[in-house]
Design a protein around this ligand. Structure first.
Ligand SMILES: [Zn+2]
Length: 437
């Protein structure tokens, strides 16, 4: 860097750091807004239920749009219902930096999952504006559609579609449990834009950062306010169908039985074995769902549907677990004369956080005197898909006892404030091409 340029940056940095030193995060305002958002719920307090495109969720969307507008953001939406609020920078032609999360909530869950990243994003923008900060790159806040798989069986609908990981014809095949198609539901929710125009190109954003509660106990146990996520585990979901032969539980003798549940039981143990087979701490495999037909005590189970969740921070061992389970199923099916089929519902790659982005965020933590640890996210987030089009990172804040997806979910105002502060600082740094060294 030449001396003149260097001096220029030096002056810019000094005045700018003085500006940012005055940054005020209004934690009471964020908490108030979190409480208000929690009232858009189909479950009694303190539980929250907010399912994609329900009347309740649509009302919550209107609230988010209003908050974005009140913060001076230009709001637009795409055909799957992702909501974008843009703060136009001095160089509007450069790809913006972005942040965001989701506001949908699984049945009887809490008020902080996802919402902290959306409302925290609004507060970060307000705080930056209040101190007179001017971004070079535009800053965009995104509220993603349906991060939770509740309604259409597939998580991260909005971020998948946005990043081209879910094509319009795949979207069109999705149905909810009432047999209504995604297209029909989003049409009646008022989203009728062309689905071919949802996906954006790699590089359309310069960076993406998601603020989120940890949903685990590590930060609380370590008594640290901040977690910087270095990678997100690769999830895969499989649906297995087993077809045996039913009959009277008393009349049909044991030889020659084709009991679908007995076969499923062997498979469940094989799933557990698959996770141990990699020899890795990061390998996990779970059977979390099983339907038994006909489901009577005096009837031999003839038909089983089960779903298997498999994850690892690296793709190869994740794939080897999938292969292990496929092989086990084939063997069990043959041995027990059970017709077995397996459908891979999703098999997503893991994501690594952007190295330069992490560098900026470590520095920001030091500047703000926020102690942090680096950790892996074992749950997936919209960031997993955003990482396909730009460098990404996540900020975790602690949550009480690591509780999440239940009404007891809690993060304190101070914990939220610190996360939002780091988010605001990072957005300021990266939106203005802050030199990383
Ligand atoms: Zn979430």
């Amino acid at each position: 860097m030449g001396k003149v340029v260097h001096d220029f940056w030096h002056v810019v940095l000094e005045s700018w750091e003085m500006t940012l030193a005055n940054l005020q995060i209004d934690q009471d305002r964020v908490v108030e807004e979190l409480e208000k958002l929690a009232t858009f719920s189909d479950a009694p307090e303190p539980a929250v239920t907010r399912i994609l495109f329900s009347p309740t969720e649509l009302a919550a969307r209107a609230y988010i749009r209003q908050l974005m507008r009140d913060a001076g953001l230009a709001v637009r939406e795409d055909g799957v219902g992702n909501i974008f609020g843009r703060w136009t920078g001095a160089q509007p032609d450069l790809p913006p930096v972005s942040t965001g999360s989701h506001i949908d909530a699984i049945p009887f869950s809490g008020r902080f999952d996802g919402t902290v990243g959306v409302l925290g994003g609004v507060e970060a923008v307000r705080a930056l504006k209040q101190v007179g900060f001017q971004p070079e790159r535009s800053i965009e806040l995104i509220m993603f559609t349906s991060e939770e798989p509740t309604r259409f069986g597939l998580g991260c609908l909005g971020s998948r579609a946005l990043t081209g990981s879910l094509a319009p014809d795949q979207l069109a095949e999705l149905q909810d449990d009432k047999g209504r198609s995604f297209v029909e539901v989003r049409n009646s929710a008022g989203y009728q834009q062309n689905l071919n125009e949802v996906a954006i190109k790699p590089g359309a954003y310069d960076a993406f950062i998601e603020l989120h509660i940890e949903q685990g106990p590590r930060l609380e146990q370590a008594n640290l306010p901040i977690g910087l996520v270095t990678s997100i585990a690769a999830p895969a979901t499989m649906r297995v169908t087993l077809e045996g032969e039913g009959g009277h539980a008393g009349a049909v003798l044991m030889p020659g039985r084709r009991d679908a549940l007995a076969a499923a039981s062997e498979l469940i143990l094989a799933v557990e074995q698959a996770a141990f087979s990699t020899g890795r701490r990061d390998s996990v495999a779970t059977v979390g769902l099983m339907q038994i037909h006909p489901g009577a005590v005096n009837s031999i189970p003839s038909h089983i549907v089960m779903e298997i969740d498999i994850r690892d921070t690296a793709q190869a061992p994740r794939d080897s677990m999938v292969a292990f389970i496929q092989a086990a199923l084939e063997k069990i099916g043959k041995k027990r004369q059970i017709e077995a089929s397996i459908e891979i519902l999703n098999a997503d790659p893991p994501s690594q956080s952007g190295a330069d982005l992490l560098k900026v965020m470590r520095k920001a933590c030091d500047k703000l005197h926020l102690e942090y640890m680096e950790l892996v996210s074992r749950a997936y987030h919209d960031t997993l898909f955003m990482s396909k089009i730009c460098p990404t990172a996540m900020i975790f804040i602690p949550c009480k006892n690591g509780y999440s997806h239940r009404p007891e979910e809690y993060a304190s105002p101070l914990q939220i404030q610190r996360g939002v502060r780091l988010l605001a600082q990072t957005l300021a740094d990266i939106s203005s091409n802050y030199p990383a060294n």
